[in-house]
Write a protein that binds this ligand. Structure first.
Ligand code: GAR
Length: 208
């Protein structure tokens, strides 16, 4: 069992449902998990994931993104919230905001995102429909470090799923989401345990 004081403090940023956040909470319940989720933050007051976090006894914070005089001013306030929470790692889990270069720089190498596609294919939005439209036979998800360029940071983990003839956007999204939950928790554990080595654009896993 790892003492709480030895676990990395993780802030999770969400904008909606929060199923990835929930998977990360579940994984954190293992006594040897190298991280604890100490804050769930949302830019949307109605985000369903906030309720899930509260039920799990996790502190939550909300700051609506409207009315702060621009993206930079808003992001500075979010940075203050993360600093006040003493976070070691920031995890974007369906946080549907483009973040400023200043925000990215503050968390370089310590901020993860999950994207519902096999990057570098299908960056941006509507990834499942675009995968269907493109006729790809494999689709999936990617966990990556966040850099200033959207959905382009060094890749930590990926999982692929087959695209079936009968798939709709919903069925494909569901199949990918299950994999998201699995690889996100694994990637976060690896980062929190200090098992990831970043060299240029590549991420290596420390052996042994
Ligand atoms: C997830 O599929 C995640 O990969 C995606 O939003 C969904 C959030 O679901 N993120 C992005 O598209 C980021 N550009 P969740 O709130 O249930 O975790």
């Amino acid at each position: 069992m790892l003492e709480a004081s030895k676990k990395k403090r993780v802030a999770v940023l969400i904008s909606g449902r929060g199923s990835n956040m929930e998977a990360l909470i579940e994984a954190s319940k293992h006594p040897d998990c190298p991280y604890q989720i100490t804050l769930v933050f949302s830019n949307i007051a109605e985000a369903k994931g906030l309720e899930t976090a509260k039920k799990a006894g996790i502190e939550t914070a909300i700051l609506d993104h409207r009315g702060h005089g621009g993206r930079a001013a808003y992001d500075r306030k979010v940075l203050d919230i993360l600093k006040a929470a003493n976070a070691d790692i920031v995890v974007l889990a369906g946080y549907m905001r483009i973040i400023t270069p200043e925000f990215v720089a503050a968390w370089e190498g310590r901020m993860l995102n999950i994207h519902p596609a096999l990057l570098p294919s299908f960056t941006g939005l509507d990834t499942h429909q675009r995968a269907l439209d493109a006729g790809v036979k494999l689709h999936g998800c990617t966990v990556h470090f966040v850099t200033a360029e959207l959905d382009a940071g060094p890749i930590i983990a990926q999982a692929s799923v087959p695209v079936l003839d009968e798939d709709t956007e919903e069925t494909l999204a569901h199949r990918v989401l299950k994999q998201e939950h699995r690889i996100y928790a694994e990637a976060l554990k690896d980062l929190a345990a200090g098992n990831l080595i970043l060299k240029d654009k590549r991420v290596f896993h420390r052996k042994g």
